[in-house]
Design a protein around this ligand. Structure first.
Ligand SMILES: [Zn+2]
Length: 588
């Protein structure tokens, strides 16, 4: 498998793959364009063919061709690999998931079933009533096409006859994908009968299951209004995001996603022009779903029923989303039963509602104040009980502090009261607040890291200078991944090309190498002493850091009366000073 991944990466030209999404311009050894992952007017997105890597110097996105496809299409590693394999004509050796051939067969069956149901809705006689029903609900022919809607006739053997008798598939496979149910006395019958069919597609667009909504005129007592495919080797409810394939371009563009409950909500919202909508059912977001969304969006707009169940779902969804760094807002559904009804009756109203969504904490607080009397002791107690558990889950200290203060102000109490209540909810754990701005410096972007990256970029361009500068680094440690990469570069063969170099480079160092190299942009000719100068600037910073560490150890040794240690530190300090003077002399 490992080899196949490498083979697929090698056989796919990253410039070509990225070029299908981004207009790239050749710039020296690299290609440059507008980043597809954040909005910008001047290009800071670079692609390098030799290294097979991309890097955005605006938002930090970066990686290889597989990662690019995953991020831009919102698909998982396996799907990205499959697509690239197909493109390069590599036959993937199946992995543990599900036996490759069986999986392909099952997808084939589901695809055919979707087409059968779709034909029945759009052209079949049996679909006339369903057509009329959808037309009455303002579901246009275009939406029916976009979402590939269908109709299952009121028959026990519609899909069975089509797939088994006409297409020659085995009954076993129909059962495996959940299209049929087994009769008690043997034999099978259609699971979906007399229902509008919503194909459930995975994030790469393959049909993996169905939801069927019963036609009101033929609804029978005791039958569910909505019927879903069971869990199958293809369909996993926890991973399903209905409408994701249709919405993903808009999600990527707007960097946000509107979450609704049902399929009809989703389609109507899409039809109203809010094309970044997906449906998750009445439950909370799962980790898998957040994972898929987080590849494309920064923000989630929840639009769920405002009942108790909806509230619980909202809270859980918020936790999941925030853990993955997404911010959460709430679309307040007013003046209609659900998003479907509002979007159908007044697309403009629904759009406005989405645009005026409020921060999740604002929403929770407002609701609590609406329901309870904040002037009475009892009311204050109820509000606190409702809001504090929500706030105490906020992982970001700054955000938590801001909202705790807001709550205290609204209640007219001291912030300390809210904090102590929070500590109680937190089962006695101490709640710490950090000052805004504290620790705001990104450790990855320290001065040393920046200088090290600059040095690496120049060194890759002019590897033969490595002979001159590598001895200067002896006895000094450049911290982090940059340090590891520099040591690796010093040890590697000076005469190999970049492509060859990338083949032997440890994976964890590749991204740093790519970033450093691409940061050089058009810089093609490295000046006479440029590598050396950059090494000196870096080493001076490294020495400065080491000296300050030594000062600390020195103070400790003095306190402990450890003369030997003091002596040793003194010796090292002397060495460092000598080295430093030499470096300074070099700079002239
Ligand atoms: Zn970017």
């Amino acid at each position: 498998m490992e080899d196949q991944v490498e083979e697929i990466k090698r056989k796919n030209d990253i410039v070509e793959v990225v070029g299908a999404y981004v207009t790239l311009k050749k710039l020296g050894r690299h290609h440059k364009g507008l980043c597809p992952f954040h909005s910008e007017k001047t290009p800071s997105f670079m692609v390098n063919e030799e290294m097979g890597l991309y890097k955005c110097f605006g938002c930090g996105a970066g990686g290889d061709v597989i990662k690019f496809l995953m991020e831009i299409e919102g698909i998982d590693f396996r799907d990205a690999l499959e697509r690239l394999a197909e493109k390069a004509g590599v036959k993937l050796v199946s992995r543990k998931r599900e036996d490759g051939d069986a999986r392909t067969k099952m997808l084939e069956v589901m695809n055919l079933a979707a087409r059968y149901y779709h034909w029945m809705l759009t052209e079949g006689n049996a679909g006339r009533e369903a057509r009329e029903y959808l037309a009455k609900r303002n579901i246009s022919a275009k939406l029916i096409e976009t979402f590939n809607l269908g109709f299952s006739m009121q028959s026990w053997e519609g899909i069975v006859n089509y797939l088994v008798k006409k297409k020659g598939y085995k009954i076993d496979i129909l059962e495996k994908v959940g299209l049929v149910s087994r009769k008690e006395g043997g034999g099978v019958y259609d699971k979906f009968r007399g229902r509008i069919m919503f194909p459930l597609q995975d994030s790469s667009g393959k049909v993996v299951g169905f939801t069927g909504r019963v036609l009101p005129s033929i609804a029978k007592e005791g039958e569910p209004k909505y019927l879903n495919s069971p869990e199958t080797p293809l369909y996993h409810k926890s991973r399903m995001l209905y409408g994701f394939v249709q919405a993903k371009n808009a999600i990527r563009e707007k960097k946000r996603v509107v979450l609704v409950e049902g399929q009809m909500d989703c389609i109507s919202s899409f039809g109203a022009g809010v094309t970044e909508t997906v449906a998750i059912g009445g439950t909370a977001l799962t980790e898998d779903q957040v994972e898929i969304l987080a590849r494309l969006a920064d923000q989630i707009l929840l639009s769920m029923d405002a009942d108790e169940a909806g509230n619980v779902a909202m809270k859980r969804s918020t936790e999941q989303a925030e853990r993955r760094g997404l911010s959460v807002k709430v679309v307040q559904v007013k003046g209609g039963k659900d998003p479907d009804e509002i979007a159908r009756n007044s697309p403009e109203k629904w759009k406005k509602m989405v645009e005026s969504s409020v921060d999740i904490y604002e929403y929770v607080m407002e609701r609590a104040f609406e329901k309870n009397d904040s002037k009475s002791i009892e009311g204050i107690k109820k509000i606190t009980e409702e809001v504090v558990p929500f706030l105490s889950k906020i992982e970001n200290n700054v955000v938590r502090e801001v909202w705790s203060k807001r709550l205290a102000e609204k209640l007219g109490v001291d912030t300390k009261v809210v904090v102590s209540e929070m500590e109680r909810v937190y089962s006695g754990k101490k709640v710490e607040f950090k000052k805004i701005g504290e620790n705001s410096e990104d450790p990855n972007d320290s001065k040393i890291a920046r200088l090290a990256k600059r040095f690496i970029g120049l060194l890759i361009l002019k590897m033969k200078d490595s002979e001159v500068v590598s001895p200067w680094f002896s006895g000094l440690t450049v911290p982090g991944g940059e340090g590891k990469l520099i040591s690796w570069l010093f040890k590697t063969n000076l005469n190999i090309g970049i492509e060859e170099m990338m083949k032997t480079m440890p994976d964890e160092l590749k991204e740093i190498a790519g970033e450093a190299y691409m940061a050089e942009g058009e810089n093609d000719k490295v000046g006479e002493k440029e590598v050396e100068e950059s090494a000196v600037l870096l080493l001076r910073e490294v020495i400065k850091m080491r000296k300050s560490e030594l000062m600390d150890s020195m103070n400790r040794a003095k306190k402990d009366n450890d003369d030997a240690e003091e002596e040793r530190i003194f010796g090292e300090m002397n060495e460092l000073n000598k080295k430093e003077s030499k470096l300074i002399a070099f700079l002239g």
